[in-house]
Design a protein around this ligand. Structure first.
Ligand code: XMP
Length: 332
């Protein structure tokens, strides 16, 4: 038996768009036996970030080969509030996955201490990940396959030369795995429908895009632990209030950034210096251009009130009105 989903790098023109649970189930029914045939009794390694694509690949492989899948979740200390906990809860506790959890927070924050340049921060965060993942892979024996959450736009963009996607075109550090990429012919919306059909939580499958360097590019300038903590708490409040207001499924990307300067404020009659929390809420189709979501003032007031009262170290909230261009979506 063979499957176009595993064998082909080109999506057939007549392939139906997976838009319904029934079509998702048909895909699952076809790809699972194909994965079993490809993998046999060998082990498969997967870097499980908790993002949509790697989560769906994990769920497919757990169904196909169970404990032969070894998932590695690296917490770089730059995740949003509750994210690593959700990965452990869903995959280890609910799906009984063979999951290696690595809390690399100290390692990352030590390496990043004092580094202010955005691209340097990105290089450190990406480089550490490859090092940690390679170290874990070296400890394991008899792993022949590497699963990846490559999706079709990654393949198209790599072919077009738009960007060299990290999932396409080579493995780091002389790794010699055979790739298993079961969703590589699917578009993002299809991966989400498949994820729901596999029983993954709705908020995991429909979550907003989150950059690889995580909160590292939102804790502006040189990252400090106290400011990173304040950012994570403020971001959690923003997400909670967007959920309550019904904006979570409507706005493409929304988050907080916290710059590395303080302004003067007053709390309980005393001078109180704190960082500003910057809200960004944008809509886009391709992330190349973006417009601002016009958040109703009562919602902004509530978010401001909660963040300034509940988050230690923050004394102002501002709303970023800048479209892309001229501002990029992230501040760094
Ligand atoms: P910008 O800031 O370039 O962001 O307008 C466009 C989209 O890309 C995300 N982004 C990243 N994603 N690694 C990622 O995986 C990165 O270094 C990175 N920088 C930006 C950003 O969140 C937005 O969705």
């Amino acid at each position: 038996m063979s499957s176009i989903y595993l064998d082909s790098m080109v999506r057939p023109e007549d392939m139906a768009r997976i838009t319904t649970p029934e079509l998702a189930q048909a895909f699952i029914d076809e790809v699972i036996p194909a994965i079993r045939e490809q993998v046999g009794d060998k082990k498969v390694l997967l870097a499980l970030s908790g993002g949509v694509d790697s989560s769906v690949v994990a769920a497919l492989l757990i169904k196909a080969v169970g404990q032969q899948l070894i998932s590695v979740h690296v917490n770089h200390g730059l995740m949003r509030k509750g994210e690593s906990e959700q990965v452990i809860e869903v995959f280890r506790n609910q799906m009984n996955a063979n999951l290696i959890y690595i809390d690399a927070t100290e390692r990352y924050l030590t390496k990043l201490a004092g580094v202010a340049a955005p691209e340097e921060k990105r290089k450190i965060i990406g480089g550490e990940f490859i090092d940690i993942f390679s170290e874990e892979a070296a400890k394991l024996e008899g792993v022949d396959f590497l699963a990846q959450g490559t999706i079709y736009p990654d393949i198209l963009e790599s072919q077009d030369g738009v960007k060299a996607h990290h999932n396409v075109g080579g493995l780091p550090n002389g790794m010699t795995f055979v790739l298993c990429e079961p969703v590589k012919l699917l578009f993002k919306d299809e991966v989400r429908v498949v994820g729901e059909a596999l029983g993954l939580p709705h908020d995991m499958v429909y979550r907003q895009p989150f950059p690889g360097p995580g909160l590292g590019v939102r804790c502006l300038g040189a990252i400090t632990r106290d400011r990173l903590h304040a950012l994570r708490e403020a971001d959690a409040i923003l997400r909670e209030e967007f959920d309550i207001a019904g904006l979570a499924g409507k706005v493409w990307q929304y988050f907080i950034s916290v710059p590395d300067f303080k302004s003067v404020g007053v709390r309980d009659g005393k001078r109180y210096e704190g960082w500003p929390a910057i809200i960004r809420a944008v809509n886009t189709t391709d992330a190349m251009t973006a417009t601002i979501e016009e958040i109703p003032y009562p919602i902004l007031h509530k978010i401001t009130d909660r963040i300034t009262h509940e988050v230690e170290g923050i004394n102002r909230v501002v709303f970023d009105l800048t479209p892309k261009p001229i501002g990029t979506i992230e501040w760094e």
